[in-house]
Design a binder for this molecule. Structure first.
Ligand code: ATP
Ligand code: MG
Length: 391
């Protein structure tokens, strides 16, 4: 038996000129995630349908709920084109809604096959009547119904109720590809998710400081990249050892500037890798004034070490909202594991809050860190984390 899904697209519909490209990108993305599983995606009258073997329905639903560019989806039931058969599946579709406590409904019908004897209005009336008979506790509300039952009569009849939510946004890759600075914290995975749902494909870079940071801290970051890959598709994680850079900063720089200088060094390395990988921007989990290195003055300083746009989707977000998103995407439980990805050995009690731009630029440049950063980049380790179901 086959399962059929109706896919509702989001902002793609607002795109005038290049809608076709967005739709092709989304279709390619869904197909890639379903690779190895026979399926078909068709477009009819501005609607998108996915057909897949019933045994793969759970995988299809996994993907539809996590692929950016999809606003929502609904499992559609299919019937022969006669009103008895349509009524039977309409009752089937309504049953879970009633069980979940729906009190009101309306039926919306589309008759694409004009040869069908009842017009749209008559279909809605007939099916609505049957539903009321079967579920007398329901009432019809055409203005503000709790459930909408859709009937479409085409080469077959299809019935679906309002479905599940998708992550919305734009298809991954439609906005190019960026490099996410991924730490083991709560913020950066959320930042990656947010940019992916604006259409940005991602690679990730993570800086380690062995032996000051642990193997477990890295494994945590790898697992976070795995969570992200549910939304972005396959993601490449680049790991760069920054121990020598951090030791040099600790040796030669004032303690209160250590974190700030480290962030600048991270920007330099990230830009070099992004250039090499032909990526178009950097993404970070910074949020204005969350910690000392994220004041506007300090961001100006760190930003000045790259000429790439640094996208900071959380810049104006309250931490509580970030945590809610982290829980929703499934990264939170990993992020709060105790393994730290930066060592207290390198961070000052009272870090500088407002960098004097010219002064700190001179001080940082005089450390001469670029050769150390380049050496660190030479031994980058890149790991491809493939999209997987339920990873
Ligand atoms: P997060 O919760 O993501 O760790 P944070 O609130 O802890 O963020 P910081 O530790 O100051 O903030 O880091 C700010 C941003 O710098 C992070 O969101 C991330 O983008 C980047 N970053 C920090 N540490 C690393 C690291 N070890 N490797 C790669 N990027 C990092
Ligand atoms: Mg952090």
């Amino acid at each position: 038996m086959e399962a059929l899904y109706l896919i509702k697209l989001g902002e793609i519909h607002l795109k005038e000129g290049n809608r076709k490209d967005f739709i092709a990108t989304l279709k390619f993305d869904i197909k890639k995630r379903l690779s190895g599983i026979p399926n078909s995606i068709t477009t009819r009258d501005g609607r998108y349908y996915l057909t897949i073997d019933e045994a793969q329905a759970h995988n299809a639903e996994y993907i539809l709920s996590r692929t950016p560019g999809i606003n929502g989806w609904a499992r559609a039931l299919k019937a022969e084109k006669n009103i008895e058969a349509i009524a039977a599946i309409a009752l089937l579709a309504m049953r879970p809604k009633v069980a979940a406590g729906a009190a009101s409904f309306k039926v919306e019908s589309r008759r694409a096959d004009k040869g069908f004897p009842l017009d749209s209005y008559a279909i809605s009336r007939e099916i609505g009547g049957r539903i009321l008979q079967a579920f007398p506790q329901l009432r019809v509300d055409v203005h503000n119904p709790q459930t909408v039952l859709n009937v479409e009569v085409r080469e077959k009849a299809y019935v679906y109720t309002d479905g599940e939510k998708g992550v919305r946004g734009l298809p991954v890759g439609s906005a190019g590809k960026g490099l996410l600075l991924l730490s083991g914290g709560i913020d950066s995975p959320v930042a990656g998710f947010m940019m992916a749902s604006r259409g940005l494909a991602l690679e990730a870079i993570h800086y380690t400081s062995y032996p000051y940071t642990s193997k477990e801290a890295w494994q945590k970051v790898r697992d976070l990249a795995g969570v992200l890959s549910r939304y972005t598709g396959t993601i490449t994680l680049h790991t760069v050892s920054f121990t020598e850079v951090q030791l040099a900063i600790k040796k030669d720089a004032p303690a209160d500037c250590a974190t700030l200088y480290l962030r600048a060094a991270m920007m330099i390395a990230a830009q070099a890798l992004a250039e090499k990988r032909r990526l178009s921007c950097l993404v970070s989990g910074e949020s204005l004034s969350q910690v000392a290195s994220q004041t506007a003055e300090n961001m100006r300083f760190t930003q000045s070490y790259t000429n790439f746009p640094v996208l900071r989707p959380l810049v104006g977000t309250d931490k509580e909202d970030t945590v809610l998103t982290a829980r929703m995407i499934g990264s939170y439980e990993i992020s709060i594991l105790p393994f730290e990805d930066c060592c207290v050995l390198f961070s000052a009690k009272h870090p500088i809050l407002k960098a004097d731009f010219e002064k700190e630029r001179r001080a940082f440049d005089s450390l001469g860190l670029v050769p150390l950063i380049n050496t660190a980049l030479e031994s980058v380790e890149s790991l491809e984390i493939p999209f997987r179901f339920n990873c």
